[in-house]
Design a protein around this ligand. Structure first.
Ligand code: NI
Length: 202
């Protein structure tokens, strides 16, 4: 078990295009994926891309965790390792939602994403897979695969007024008051906001 240091916004590694993994069955790749999983567990995250741990390779580890992603009480899905993932949007619909990133601690922002996509990837045995994703999974996959292209979520934001500190989540609180559904980890920010009552009645 090894917990890796996480690169923070501004580090050059986060703005480079990741290299394709030549051999998904290379034990070094499995070791790296395991370190990424350990790091996610340590920091309580749901997804991470290899450049975030200073490895410029097209590798992503994630899981859909009930606590992080949705209100369901089901056990988290198993960890998924994506080698050389390729995303293709299906349809033109875009949806905006709130996101956080392990490389941008202390901030959250509202980001437009494709509502639906198809993802092709390899697993650690070198087998090819294709899945269709919508909703929270589609958002997570676009966020993580953007890391492989050197893109951080603020670079996708058309309205930087929706980039805010976790300690003063005003626009996020407004959206929740308006009935927008957000991930529990984001709602927690608003619940923990001492000044909330000064600005919002509900
Ligand atoms: Ni991220």
């Amino acid at each position: 078990m090894a917990i890796r240091e996480i690169a923070q916004m501004g580090n050059p590694i986060l703005y480079r295009t990741a290299e394709q993994v030549a051999d998904p069955r290379d034990p070094e790749i499995a070791r790296l994926a395991n370190d990424m999983k350990d790091t996610l567990i340590h920091v309580g995250g749901s997804g991470i891309a290899a450049p975030q741990v200073f490895e410029g390779l097209a590798l992503v580890v994630y899981r859909m965790s009930s606590r992080l992603i949705s209100d369901t009480t089901e056990a988290p899905d198993p960890w998924i390792v994506l080698v050389n993932p390729v995303l293709t949007p299906t349809g033109d619909e875009m949806l905006s939602g709130w996101e956080r990133c392990l490389s941008i601690p202390g901030l959250h922002g509202k980001v437009p994403r494709h509502a639906a996509l198809r993802m092709r990837y390899q697993d650690l045995d070198g087998m090819d897979h294709s899945i269709d994703a919508t909703g929270a999974l589609a958002t997570l996959l676009q966020h993580e695969c953007d890391h492989l292209e050197g893109v951080l979520y603020p670079m996708r934001m058309p309205d930087l007024s929706k980039l805010e500190f976790n300690g003063s989540p005003g626009h996020l609180a407004r959206d929740i008051a308006d009935g927008e559904k957000v991930w529990p980890v984001l709602r927690d920010l608003v619940d923990a906001w001492p000044d909330r009552g000064q600005w919002f009645d509900d």
